[in-house]
Ligand binder design. Sequence first.
Ligand code: TXA
Ligand code: MG
Length: 322
Amino acid sequence: MKTLIGTEIEHAADLLRTGEVVAIPTETVYGLAANAYDETAVLKIFQAKQRPSFDPLIVHVHERVQVDQLVSLLPAGAEALMDRFWPGPLTLVLPKTDRVPDIVTSGLDTVAVRMPAHPEARALLQTLDFPLAAPSANPFGYVSPTTARHVADQLSGKIPYILDGGPCSVGVESTIIGWEQATGQWVLYRPGGTPLSEIEALIGAVGRPVALAEEERPSSPGMLQSHYAPGKPVYIGDVGKLLPEQHGKEVGVISFTKHFGAAHNEVLSASGDINEAARQLFAALRRLDANGAEVILAEVFPPEGLGAAINDRLARAAAKRP
Ligand code: TXA
Ligand code: MG
């Protein structure tokens, strides 16, 4: 299959209407989208990504009416969250309606919904009369793409079209919180583009999921430890101390503001802007994965704002794979 990269929203819409998959820009990362109501189309997402069927997808909408078709119950706090953070990088996991195919939710009785803020994603959703199921547009287990080129590097030949909306403005995936019916509590499944402190300021304390052993089936597979791993060993900590230990090796370093003088240095924001650092993170990981670095060292970032999401993704990248 020949993969085209372009900016034609109508072309993307036509492909989606005929049951094809299309890579689309969002403000967080690029997604691999299909008609959420078309099981055959959604199956193509799993095939292109080689994603295991137990990992459910996020459904993208552009108006609240669509939420009513997908979600059977809006618990306390849900309206306030949507009012405050949508469109934007927050995903809500809520009880689903029968209209949502099992393949989208991996058979769970909940569905993850989000309203993206990216103007092209919104324009595309507006021309369609169905919502879009879309995971990040990377092969399963690899770093998410934040440019159309990243998508092409890995999915070329597997999908017909990549809608190019420029580099993603947030750069890390959405924050995922879920309302758990058994306890009536909101729980954080994945830190991301919406800082948890802002969510808690609105709805009060959000619970943390019980830590899972890696081999267990996750309630939110974004929680799989090694989900964002590049192909090289990653160590996190005090880079000034870790660097001499790697003597004789070609080292890549990911740091916030400081240049460490290693063979490959990725300073994510010289001016100390955590949002800029988040925006740069995945491209930096990809560069270090592709160049001669034998090992990647990363700093721990300040945990405020998007720093929590950066630390989460780096920790996953560092987790040993089976
Ligand atoms: O920013 C984002 O969220 C991007 C863009 C494309 O929207 N999407 C994204 O999707 O990161 P993905 O598939 O890479 O991660 C979605 C995660 C799944 O791995 C899973 O952890 C969680 O969403 N999820 C989806 N449905 C769920 C459900 N019903 N219950 C719990 N977790 C769910
Ligand atoms: Mg993903």
